[in-house]
Write a protein that binds this ligand. Structure first.
Ligand code: DGJ
Length: 772
């Protein structure tokens, strides 16, 4: 709801309000952002008071010496008039560098969309505040879109050059939100290949905290999502602000606290090397930034952000739509396979119950390693037996068929590289550097955009293909940024290709992949409904990655695969069930050599898939609750629920001697209703028990010998099963007591053996009236 009354403007979503105020000198401030206000009548109580100028601050206008910009909660700021925060806007023109914008109007209108950048859809209302710099003839529009169902406000800024001079934009933040420090903490994520999305927590201190990427992608170094919270807020309670940017290239977010403990949060395109020149009467629109406030802890903020992405970012054909369970051949075969191997994997994958066969890298051209073939998308029929045939075979087996591409890249043994050396990103003087032996095509060029569109279209038409994994395995170097907008042109070029492709192939499910989570952001999610978060399929590492992702992104966008027991990346051995305990939170897939499975493994996977299919919608679209950050705790709980059913995982980092009593705490249930709970029984390898096996056998068995490994293919131990009934209230309080943990003596079905890096799943279901 937008209410404009006198100098006050109140923007309210279902549970939050943002109060804007036009002060007596025509500057616009945001004096309050928090829980929803009852009435605009509360405004005077919340607006900052200025009785005296503070110390050595600069007086903006002699008529009112109390007013200085440095101390105002400005929603947009520039250099040169006494505001010493980092400005949200830096402009230059031949007339000068001082720009002083003043309020012109505030109007509510129907939601607009950006011309070149992705926009959220389904906003209820939009407010536009227009500011004018009279002398320089520049207008500034600050757009605020309201999303009631997710309590999100999405903002962008438009700069309109109404002068007859060229104006250069050096910096244009999408959002500036002023706050006051209440012992705040900043949580953001950092990472690298196979170690993406680690949660970093730090107290907000004086000066600037900057979260940014200069990689040419939003990058796995620092994701554009971050949160600010009250020091005492936890996952389950307290005040939390969440922020994100709908953009996939270089970004710059900062949280600056000045000596008065005034805080300004800024999100936007990176200003490093940025210089957008506006000719007379041209304009520039920034990407959308989004913000949320929740007083229900990190879980509250996250579930708002999840709803926002599911409802307002994901494209319509996939909005709320269950995603298929994939089998992908990458970790099984790498670059080396033939048609027989693929067919055999496909048959086995179908038998297990997977629904989509994905042929990964190396199906084309001369690609038998990572040095060749990118950019030459002619299929290598010798290796595949024909894409169309494979797709047909998948169909016969009741599966869909999908394929991998890395459309923005080239190797130098391809016709496209030879014929169009100028399409590769490079400057005038230097030899471009390789990353994974490849170069990047300049998507800023229209010819390249057409080439990429054509390559992907042709591939998608080469058979019945319903899924495409879009990879991007290196970051950008060697660019010629003399015009100051190289990265902006690259990313808007990419968006225009993605727009054309998703319009031409609306039913194809695209999976965003960039060596894992290198371009995991709201911009890419606007076109691609799901994302490969990381090449790390180790269950422990993956739990860390998924908990980082879930802070700002929903389950439905995170594609997670169960891979071989010994992780390719960490060489850590965990059971298939442990891997499932993590991978099932999101879009499940499998990625191991199915030829290596024994009959027990097959049964284990079949039962996982059956379980996942029963609870798929909750595991992909449920509300998420977490209790701690696994990185700095030994145990962790993760839950997905629709209020009637909850799937709860317990993760255990290190096996402890005589662990304390464990409880099954569950959130988001109806307090006064009864629910049943059951452990999803896991398969535990007999080898796990080492020499203890000899306590039960009539003859000596070498725990490392051949006999045990043969037996282990057919016999396993079953985990404990806890079962019972409790009310939603009891679950939320502490929850039922679980079986006693393994403490070194005795093992039977009453003992809960979690192991190092182990897990367990619990199914909690509302008792129906007839049962009650
Ligand atoms: C990196 C991806 O993240 C992997 O899943 C796989 O597709 C390889 N690229 C293929 O080269």
């Amino acid at each position: 709801m937008i209410e404009i009354q006198g100098n006050n403007i109140l923007l309210s979503t279902l549970k939050t309000s943002l109060l804007l105020h036009v002060n007596e000198i025509g500057k616009v401030t945001a004096d309050y952002y928090g829980s929803r206000l009852l009435s605009l009548d509360e405004a005077p109580a919340l607006i900052r008071k200025y009785p005296y100028n503070q110390g050595d601050s600069i007086t903006y206008k002699d008529e009112n010496p109390a007013l200085c910009l440095d101390h105002m909660k400005l929603i947009s700021s520039t250099l040169g008039k006494g505001d010493y925060f980092m400005p949200s806007l830096i402009l230059e023109s031949s007339k000068g560098t001082l720009f002083d914008f003043l309020f012109e109007s505030a109007v509510a209108l129907s939601p607009t969309i950006l011309e070149k950048l992705p926009s959220p859809h389904g906003a209820q209302e939009e407010l536009v505040i227009t500011l004018l710099e009279k002398a320089m003839q520049i207008r500034l529009e600050l757009h605020y879109q309201l999303f009631d169902d997710s309590d999100v406000i999405a903002c962008y800024t438009k700069i309109i050059n109404e002068s007859e001079e060229e104006v250069t934009i050096r910096k244009a933040a999408s959002l500036q939100l002023p706050l006051v420090n209440h012992e705040m903490e900043v949580w953001s994520t950092y990472g690298n290949w196979t170690g993406e999305l680690n949660i970093d927590k730090k107290p907000l201190t004086f000066g600037r905290t900057v979260i940014e990427s200069l990689c040419g992608s939003s990058s796995n170094r620092h994701n554009p999502f971050f949160l600010l919270k009250n020091k005492d807020a936890s996952y389950t309670q307290g005040e939390v602000y969440g922020f994100n940017l709908m953009y996939s290239s270089n970004f710059e977010h900062s949280i600056e606290m000045d000596s008065f403990q005034d805080v300004r949060v800024q999100l936007g395109i990176s200003s490093t090397g940025f210089a957008m020149k506006l000719q007379p009467h041209e304009n520039f629109e920034t990407p959308f930034a989004v913000m949320n406030f929740s007083f229900e802890g990190i879980n509250g903020m996250s579930s708002d952000m999840h709803r926002f992405v599911n409802e307002h970012v994901i494209l319509l054909p996939f909005r709320g739509k269950d995603r298929p369970i994939a089998y992908n051949n990458w970790e099984a075969t790498g670059f080396s396979f033939n048609a027989t191997k693929l067919r055999s994997l496909m048959k086995k994958a179908a038998k297990l119950g997977t629904e989509l066969f994905v042929l990964d890298d190396a199906w084309f051209s001369t690609r038998n390693d990572d040095k060749h073939g990118l950019g030459d998308w002619r299929e290598n029929t010798k290796k595949t037996g024909g894409i169309a045939n494979l797709a047909k075979e998948a169909k016969k087996l009741g599966m869909k068929f999908g394929i991998w591409m890395e459309p923005e890249m080239v190797n130098d043994d391809t016709p496209v590289y030879r014929d169009h050396p100028d399409w590769v990103i490079k400057d005038l003087f230097h030899q471009p550097s390789r990353g994974r032996n490849q170069f990047v095509l300049n998507l800023g060029l229209k010819e390249v955009q057409d080439f990429v569109f054509q390559s992907v279209s042709d591939t998608l038409k080469s058979g019945e293909i319903s899924y495409l994994k879009w990879d991007y395995n290196r970051n950008i170097t060697d660019y010629d940024n003399r015009n100051g907008i190289f990265f902006y042109q690259y990313i808007t070029g990419l968006y225009s290709v993605l727009r054309r492709l998703t319009e031409a192939f609306p039913d194809v499910l695209f999976e965003n992949c960039a060596s894992g989570g290198n371009r995991f952001d709201l911009g890419m999610l606007s076109f691609f409904p799901q994302s490969w978060l990381s090449d790390d399929t180790d269950s422990y590492q993956r739990t860390l990655i998924q908990e980082g992702a879930l802070l700002g992104y929903p389950l439905s966008v995170s594609s997670n695969h169960v891979a071989a027991k010994t992780s390719n990346q960490m060489l850590r051995l965990t059971s298939l069930d442990t891997k499932f305990d993590t991978a099932c939170f999101g879009v499940l897939g499998y990625e191991l050599d199915l030829g290596d499975l024994n009959s027990l493994d097959i049964k284990v996977i079949q039962s996982q898939i059956q379980y996942y299919k029963e609870h798929r919608h909750i595991l992909q679209f449920g509300t998420v609750y977490q209790d701690t950050t696994y990185f700095d705790h030994d145990e962790k709980m993760m839950e997905a629920t629709d209020g009637k059913t909850a799937i709860v995982a317990h993760y255990n980092k290190i096996q402890k001697p005589n662990p304390k009593e464990s409880h099954l705490q569950v959130f988001g249930l109806q307090e006064d209703a009864l629910y049943t709970y059951t452990t999803r029984q896991e398969s535990i390898a007999i080898q796990k028990f080492g020499n203890l096996i000899n306590y039960t056998t009539p003859f000596h068995v070498n725990p490392n010998g051949t006999l045990i490994s043969i037996l282990g293919k057919y016999i396993d131990m079953k985990s404990e099963v806890d079962q019972g009934v409790a009310s939603g209230k009891t679950f939320a309080h502490l929850g039922p007591v679980l079986s006693q943990e393994w403490s070194g003596v005795g093992y039977d079905d009453k003992v809960r053996l979690m192991s190092d890096f182990g897990g367990r799943l619990y199914t909690v279901v509302l008792k129906t009236n007839t049962e009650a």
